[in-house]
Design a protein around this ligand. Structure first.
Ligand code: 3PG
Length: 249
């Protein structure tokens, strides 16, 4: 049975692990994602940057039912279709084109398109897209830049990705226009190469805790955390319970 696409990518949880398989074989994505899920990170983006990545999405979708698997680095309509057919429940791209937006819409799977300038944000808002990836977050200006977009562009919500780690994730999550952060810091290449899934699980657990703490702190600061969820139609994928210990924010 194929799981439904998610209603909102930004509502999947405060931390979205980004998997770049590198030399990892598609079958190894299964224990890798199991370790992330065991650590409390159920929503996982597998980037289509390496041979076998679509097959990895297929295996994870079939063999790790607790995971909510999406495909990242989706650059072409063909990749959007292949990812959907493999079982991806959301799509992520470092940028966007009208052709890609239309193709993603046709697949029925939500696309989180990437932006790094105010004009790109405005163009997406004009097209009815309010959830965006901010990429490459650190190189493009980091939390200060994203904070500066909040007032003039209040309709846009972001998942910053690129160069984020445990030292900076909370700074992004504290911003009013940020719902989640993406990154690969819980998947150190040496641990993945060594198939050290215990270490991945440990780092995933720390990342999930960090995300939950940042959300709780922001909610306390804003008197309830209203307005921090994604802009989609529902809570977490599959009706909630997607993030570390319960429903996504
Ligand atoms: C992405 O594709 O979103 C980024 O490459 C992930 O960035 P990071 O590896 O710097 O966390």
């Amino acid at each position: 049975m194929t799981a439904d696409p998610v209603p909102s990518v930004l509502a999947l949880g405060p931390v979205l692990p980004v998997v770049v398989l590198g030399g990892t074989r598609p079958a190894e994505a299964v224990p890798l994602v199991r370790a992330l899920v065991a650590g409390g990170l159920r929503a996982v983006e597998i980037t289509l940057r390496t041979e076998g990545a679509v097959e990895a999405v297929r295996r994870v979708a079939a063999e790790v039912p607790r995971a909510v698997v999406g495909a990242g680095t989706v650059l072409t309509p063909e990749q959007a279709v292949a990812a959907r057919d493999a079982g991806a429940r959301f799509l992520v791209s470092p940028g966007w084109t009208d052709r890609l937006l239309a193709a993603a819409r046709d697949t029925g799977v939500p696309l989180l398109p990437g932006v790094s300038t105010a004009s790109e944000v405005m163009a997406l808002l004009e097209r009815g897209v309010a959830e965006m990836k901010f990429f490459p977050a650190r190189a493009a200006g980091g939390p200060a830049y994203l904070r500066a977009l909040a007032s003039p562009l209040p309709g846009a919500r972001f998942c910053p990705t690129g160069g984020i780690g445990p030292d900076s994730a909370a700074d992004y999550l504290a911003l009013p226009n940020v719902s989640c952060v993406g990154g690969s810091w819980m998947l150190p290449p040496d641990a993945v190469r060594a198939r050290n899934w215990d270490r991945v699980e440990h780092l995933a657990r720390e990342a999930a805790r960090l995300g939950a703490a940042a959300v709780a702190e922001t909610a306390a600061d804003t008197g309830g955390g209203e307005g921090r969820t994604g802009s989609g139609t529902g809570g977490g994928a599959g009706g909630g319970d997607v993030s570390a210990d319960g429903p996504c924010r």
